[in-house]
Design a protein around this ligand. Structure first.
Ligand SMILES: Cc1ncc(C[n+]2csc(CCOP(=O)(O)OP(=O)(O)O)c2C)c(N)n1
Length: 323
């Protein structure tokens, strides 16, 4: 959690001025260009689930995917270089924050299309099953995605084929600038999952120990061949939807609630109460900061890609039309 937090705080700073809204110009000094969605306040979900994944397990993510990618084991230096759009990035600078992937650690990709990771996760889980492999897939998505068609299709498919798949709904109660409750019918994600034959469990997504214990159990059931499961993790988005978002649509009290539910602070308090020494916790934080500083130095030293490389290693869509 400390590594995710430090990474995203630094990435946010490097992206100031790099995302133009409402006719603004991009600031040429911005190191990171384009939209950056921070998961600050939600780190316990990524950390609590991914500690139970093996490197050979697979993962799909949403547009808010830095935490999932780090927790799955991606190299932080190459991740930062990716956000900076540089050659040494995990995707040679072509993915950026929102389409980062690292197949070497089973991270199949963040995704700019809400809900699009769910059917991809099904495909990956089906492939594991067909190939007789023992791994599982974890599929992270936001509460907004449950109101899109792919949610229904993916859960139904996963149930029918009893796929080794953990769906993880990170419920921060916001879908961009809209309160998700304002456009969600019925009792919510866990009931929808149960109706589609996927056993679901809700938990406090800001308590990393609760997330860890719940996902350990659900992942154990999946690995035992009992089929898909859904974890509904209630959490809080501390920052705006995207880096430049000033959150004019959100009550100050709601932001304050999100801040005071900080999962890192809660973990620190809990560990101190149980006897962990303060210097030990401070050391974790300072090591994370040091790692991030090294990642920034690595990203800055990496060259920008050659424009001639723009069309290499991307999907071929046929003759000419791209150009
Ligand atoms: C299919 C689709 N519709 C709309 C958007 C615009 N959009 C981007 S993120 C977002 C909100 C997503 O909310 P949620 O799934 O809860 O994830 P969160 O941002 O809260 O992590 C929307 C509507 C999109 N990217 N894709």
């Amino acid at each position: 959690m400390a590594r995710i937090r430090a990474f995203e705080v630094a990435a946010e700073e490097a992206s100031i001025g790099g995302f133009a809204v409402l006719g603004q110009e991009i600031d040429p000094r911005a190191k990171i260009r384009g939209a950056l969605h921070a998961s600050i306040g939600q780190e316990a979900v990524a950390a609590g689930v991914c500690r139970h994944l093996e490197r050979s397990d697979l993962l799909t993510s949403s547009h808010r995917g830095h935490g999932h990618t780090l927790a799955k084991g991606a190299d932080m230096r190459r991740m930062m270089a990716e956000l900076f759009g540089r050659c040494d990035g995990t995707n040679h600078g072509k993915g950026g924050s929102m389409h980062i992937a690292d197949f070497s650690v089973g991270m199949l990709g963040a995704n700019g299309i809400v809900g699009a990771g769910l059917p991809i996760a099904c495909g990956a889980a089906q492939a594991l099953k067909l190939q007789g492999k023992t791994g599982i897939v974890a599929c992270f998505f936001g509460d907004g995605a449950i109101n899109r068609g792919p949610f229904l299709e993916a859960l139904n498919w996963a149930c029918v084929y009893q796929l080794p798949l953990l769906f993880v709904c990170e419920d921060n109660q916001w879908s961009s600038t809209t309160s998700t409750g304002a456009f969600t019918g019925g009792p919510g994600v866990a009931a929808r999952a149960a109706a589609l034959g996927v056993p679901a469990e809700s938990c406090d997504g800001n308590d990393v120990e609760v997330v860890s214990a719940t996902s350990r159990r659900l992942i154990g059931e999946i690995r035992a061949g009992k089929g898909p499961r859904l974890l509904h993790a209630l959490t809080s988005r501390v920052r705006g939807h995207v880096s430049a978002d000033k959150q004019g649509y959100r009550d100050a009290a709601d932001i304050e609630r999100a801040n005071s539910a900080d999962p890192l602070q809660r973990a620190r308090t809990s560990l101190l109460q149980r006897g962990t020494q303060r210097p030990e916790l401070d050391r974790i934080d300072s090591e994370a900061l040091e790692e991030v500083n090294q990642a920034i130095a690595f990203a800055e030293a990496s060259p920008l890609p050659d424009p001639l490389e723009a069309y290499s290693e991307v999907q071929t869509l046929g003759e000419g039309t791209w150009h």
